[in-house]
Design a binder for this molecule. Structure first.
Ligand code: PLP
Length: 418
């Protein structure tokens, strides 16, 4: 309660902004993820890996727009690409050369992606990939993972957040090979697609084991089910996504978040024979802004010029080193806390033991999660309310050290309570 009061007292402008917003938007926001009690901090602007809120506080931005902010704020190369695009005109109502150029870059990076299509969001990319799988197989059923998140209308998180999908979905337990294979066997004749994140992002930065992914790959092949990897968050981990790290090739891949340099973006792609469902006269894939010139132009610069192999490898190494340092801090204080994830995606959990699938946090864990967030905010470090960190390229060693230094006293103070 003290931490909440301090949070509120320091943010009169954010409090007022929330009251104003509530009068015209349900709950005062237009993105469910961004709401938390007592009210969310409203940001005024950002530069590099720093943010400033509307009450004038400056933060180290480790939220990284939930992985979409990979390039930090205002990278001059991306700004230049956007300015050049603006000067040539917006909303041209035609195909252009830019989308083919961007598609070439992405197809070259992801060997499993032989053909690709663009959307405005990761959600749409998943919906379109599912439609392709259904058309291709002539079946309706979709298998997803308990606790998976593929967009606001493709949410399979249990607990406080209800399952939300526009069609029936069969759910299976993540990282449970026998459990999932038995569901697949039972439903095989009706399944069009298996959709999963190769590491759960929103579900808690919980990596799939390679064995689990390999078992799904084999089962999908055996039963002619389309295997879709949602790499909307995880594609950042190598030049060719998490699939490259594991050496496992899905039939379709969905992308989003950072790929268009921070502009709105989604894409789905994969095997040419499946993607042929979208050739003229077959399935419709419409979308006024699918090839919007700002996303295409920023994306060409972001993926073609900036986020190359060495940038991806260095980012992953920086994230792994930070996670190790955070876990060493937990161990030093004997705190019942750990940080999971891969590379630049890092999630705190307020429990010990292996975490192999999403879980509903206990009220005590929920309380610690809020306290952790509020402590980080008062230390000038902006993380997702649920605790997730997604490092951006401008985050260097000194910023990582700043985070570890803020986590240290939290772990020390929690020790007697846990
Ligand atoms: N898939 C995953 C794994 C995600 O984490 C998200 C968003 O957080 C989405 C899909 C949906 O992307 P968007 O928010 O762009 O619709």
């Amino acid at each position: 309660a003290d931490a909440r009061e301090r949070y509120t007292a320091a943010r009169p402008n954010s409090a007022a902004a929330h009251v104003r917003a509530k009068a015209v938007m349900p709950g005062g926001n237009t993105r469910t993820t961004l709401f938390y009690t007592p009210f969310p901090t409203a940001m005024a602007g950002g530069e590099g890996c720093h943010l400033t809120d509307i009450d004038g506080h400056r933060y180290l931005d480790l939220c990284g727009e939930y992985t979409a902010g990979l390039f930090g704020h205002s990278d001059p190369r991306i700004i230049a690409a956007l300015e050049a695009a603006i000067a040539r005109g917006l909303s041209l109502a035609s195909v252009g050369e830019r989308e083919a150029q961007f598609a070439e870059i992405l197809c070259a990076r992801f060997p499993s992606v032989e053909r690709i299509r663009f959307t405005n969001s990761g959600t749409e990319a998943n919906l379109m990939a599912i439609a392709a799988a259904r058309g291709f197989t002539g079946r309706e059923g979709i298998l997803a993972m308990q606790g998976g998140y593929h967009g606001g209308v493709l949410t399979f998180v249990t607990g406080a957040n209800p399952v939300n999908a526009p069609f029936p979905v069969t759910l299976a337990p993540y990282n449970d090979i026998d459990g999932t294979l038995s569901v697949i066997r039972e439903k095989a004749g009706t399944l069009a697609a298996i959709l999963l994140e190769p590491m759960m992002g929103s579900g808690g930065c919980i990596p799939a084991t390679r064995d689990f992914l390999a078992a799904l790959r084999a089962a999908a092949t055996e039963h002619n089910i389309v295997l879709i990897f949602d790499e909307v968050m995880t594609s950042r981990h190598t030049l060719g996504g998490l699939q490259k790290l594991h050496g496992i090739t899905p039939d379709l891949t969905t992308l989003g978040k950072y790929v268009a340099g921070g502009m709105s973006f989604g894409a789905f792609g994969g095997r040419a024979d499946i993607m042929a469902m979208y050739e003229p006269g077959r399935l419709t894939h419409a979308g006024t802004f699918n090839n919007n010139v700002l996303s295409m132009s920023a994306g060409i610069t972001a993926m073609g010029d900036i986020f190359d192999d060495s940038a991806a490898e260095a980012l992953r190494a920086r994230g792994d080193a930070l996670r190790d340092a955070l876990n060493a801090t937990c161990a030093k204080h004997g705190a019942s806390m750990q940080f999971t994830g891969i590379g630049s995606m890092i999630q705190p959990h307020f429990r010990l033991g292996d975490i192999i699938r999403p879980y509903v946090p206990s009220p005590a864990e929920e309380g610690l999660r809020e306290l952790f967030f509020l402590d980080m905010m008062s230390a000038g470090i902006y993380i997702a309310r649920r605790g997730m960190v997604a490092l951006s390229l401008p985050v260097g060693e000194s910023e990582s050290a700043q985070y570890v230094a803020a986590v240290d006293p939290f772990c020390a103070a929690r020790k007697p309570l846990l």
